[in-house]
Design a protein around this ligand. Sequence first.
Ligand code: FAD
Ligand code: NAG
Ligand code: NAG
Ligand code: NAG
Length: 553
Amino acid sequence: MRFARLALASCFAVSQAQVLHQDAQQPLKLEESARRVAVIGAGAAGASAAYHLRKFADEAGVKANITIFERNAYIGGRSTTVQAFDDPSSDPIELGASIFVKVNYILSNATEEFGLRTVELGSAREYDGYNGTARLAAAPLLGVWDGEKFLITQSATNRWWDTAKLLWRYGLAPIRTNNLVKKTVNAFLSLYEEPMFPFASLSDAAYELGLTAVTATTGWQYLEENKVGGLFAQEVVQAATRVNYAQNLGLIHGLETMVCMATDGAVGVEGGNWKIFEKMVEGATKDVLLGTAVSAVRKVEGGGYILEWKEVEGGDGSAESKMKSEHFDSVVLAAPHQFSDIEIAPESKRVPDKVPYVQLHVTLFTSPHLLSPQAFNLPPDELVPEIILTTLQPDEKPGSDPKGVGRAGFFSISLLQPIVNRKVNPPREEFTYKIFSPTEIDAKFLIKILGLQDSPLGAEDDEGEEAQLDVSKEDVSWIYRKVWHSYPYHYPRVTFEEISLDKDFWYTSGIEGFISTMETSALMGKNVARLIVDDWMGRKKDTHVDDGGKREL
Ligand SMILES: Cc1cc2nc3c(=O)[nH]c(=O)nc-3n(C[C@H](O)[C@H](O)[C@H](O)COP(=O)(O)OP(=O)(O)OC[C@H]3O[C@@H](n4cnc5c(N)ncnc54)[C@H](O)[C@@H]3O)c2cc1C
Ligand SMILES: *[C@@H]1O[C@H](CO)[C@@H](O)[C@H](O)[C@H]1NC(C)=O
Ligand SMILES: *[C@@H]1O[C@H](CO)[C@@H](O)[C@H](O)[C@H]1NC(C)=O
Ligand SMILES: *[C@@H]1O[C@H](CO)[C@@H](O)[C@H](O)[C@H]1NC(C)=O
């Protein structure tokens, strides 16, 4: 039996909840060679799957030969950074996922383990060594804008007064919401531990934890059922669901709504969150094929899959390389199937459903100007908040993209770290902005928010072919646009995509309909890694769903 016996024994020690047996039809393979695993995608899910597969396989004493395929030229997927002016000495700016929170244990623990430094979600005014940040001292930290006026603002200094104002305006709603968040977070955290972990079905696990009841309703209904007043929901919670998921409370489900309100200990990794995933990949394998797109997964009669792949050249389609193919024992698809361009033939037992995704426009730009108070209907001597969140006016419908954005026209505008523009002589300090919107941010919009006059020069535009900006480089010195399929529309639902698509064929992205974050993708990657090793070892979890044990939230 060699390693198998040892691993089975250690498994007994690990969990009493697991029922161990050797599957009669699938006796353990005892050949010496390592099992070959293909991980498709090097985002949070794929990196975590590979990293934990290496760990679990080592613990079980099984040899795993892991190859990671990644279409992009970089590791991180939707966690990636860019640098203003393409200047390698400037602070990297998150273009996708920017924060995770304290209870995101996989990311927090990995950050610590890898010795990465985190930075708190700071305020632009806190950057030392910049002259211009003093100008921000009087600006509110945050404001919620409805397209006509700021409904609430929060100052950076007077916290006590802000709390008093909140209680006055919203009564117990903030406290009730906080308690709801705690309850749902605690239920969610059960997914990390035995007996829930590993979970073969997310639908079953969510049901057992009582979380299906939270995903079954809209955020609006969920808050209402729990006696959170409409004003707080509309002005605060909806501002949060819009900045985090570009969705309104009347459509997004209750669980993702709770995630938006769970912001305790929000941090990002200095230099970029992708560093976590780079370290995970490093810890898993040397066989990492960047700039390589898998085009087909073909099931083999005798077991395993033939993968076909090609190198992609800088994304411009030129210099197509020859297709390659090899056999793998197991395959992990760690990317939304609908955007992967992978042919699965013959069709796997379960093909992931196509679901609508948000198309989010992220616009980064630098400017020497602060936002114009007039653009936000403020008196000329007042300052615009550093972070502007938005919500709908009471008469506006919560419809989807792009109408759901309402009169505000954007989801958020935030001031990021200040920067020194070295392209001008002498170098000068500027501000960096990030806008989330459902449509392209055009010159008209920039001119309005910066309070500029029309001017003829074109600004530097890193993405090339975009429409010429009628904004001078003096006013907008650098601009970068990216359109993401950022996350699914989180319409209420009670079932989630299968994790096992077929024998030895695994899928991580189903968790995005439940919660779409770096952490949850990493959790699903870890879960799949464990399911794979359990499968190899002939360990089967008792999947009996204990109906009597369903918890109420
Ligand atoms: C603007 C924005 C802001 C966000 N903010 C946050 C935030 O603050 N906090 C947070 O936790 N989450 C945030 N998210 C969500 C978070 O980014 C995602 O939930 C998470 O990164 C998804 O990770 P993943 O590994 O599942 O998918 P991805 O990161 O999409 O990784 C999939 C990878 O697979 C690759 N791939 C696809 N097809 C193929 C193929 N055929 N062959 C080879 N490779 C392939 C892709 O190139 C990609 O790199 C944000 C997302 C966006 C877009
Ligand atoms: C993984 O398997 C491939 C194909 O058999 C082989 O070429 C490669 O050397 C193996 N890698 C490791 C690290 O064993
Ligand atoms: C994270 O680290 C803490 C402290 O060591 C540990 O108790 C916890 O189980 C870890 N969680 C995960 C998901 O790794
Ligand atoms: C900041 O102010 C000091 C003193 O006026 C000046 O010497 C320096 O050049 C300024 N820095 C920038 C980046 O503008």
